[in-house]
Design a protein around this ligand. Sequence first.
Ligand SMILES: [Zn+2]
Length: 227
Amino acid sequence: MISESVAEKSSVTPRVESKLDPAHALHREVIPAGEPWVHEIARGQRLRIVDLDGNQAVDTLFYNAHDYSDRYSAQDTIRQQANIYLTTGTKLISTAGQTLLTIVADTCGRHDTLGGACSNESNMVRYAIETRHMHACRSSFLKAVVEWDHGMSKRDITSNINFFMNVPVTAEGKLTFEDGISEPGKYVELRAEIDVLALISNCPQLNNPCNAYNPTPIEVLIWAAEP
Ligand SMILES: [Zn+2]
């Protein structure tokens, strides 16, 4: 059952559009529903993630590209901006206290970093034992880092961002998973402040209203650093 939330759609922060032209992107790639993606983003480059069909959850981890032990920290990011939701202006802070990336445009308006990534174990606890064999973000992350083959392992899969996911917190502090607030074509754009490694699991979840029970493809675009 979904609880009533304090934060209604109307209270979501204003959308900020990007001026960058997809025709000038260095790299464009569609990530199919349920698939992972690993890519280095150099300092100054911009990464846009597009929710092609709407209501998709994009589970994402970022690392310092030169030291994977220095990675995205949900706790430091929340404390630094004194807000639990991520949107334009949010600086993604690492465990060592550096800014990895800054969100520079956002036409969705809110992204979650509290809900965590789905796993086979959490699916069985939250939904049904029969979900055991369904694909989940944690297994997608693990598959991706094994294939990336740069020495990363299970212990590198830590707290993540859920782009386009709506997890409002009630006045009593309860986490509520709601229908997504994203729509087809909504995007979030980030500027890398240092060289980073991006690790995405385009969530395969079939049991959560966040993606309308229907995983869909996303597109990623990367632009060169501005001179
Ligand atoms: Zn997931």
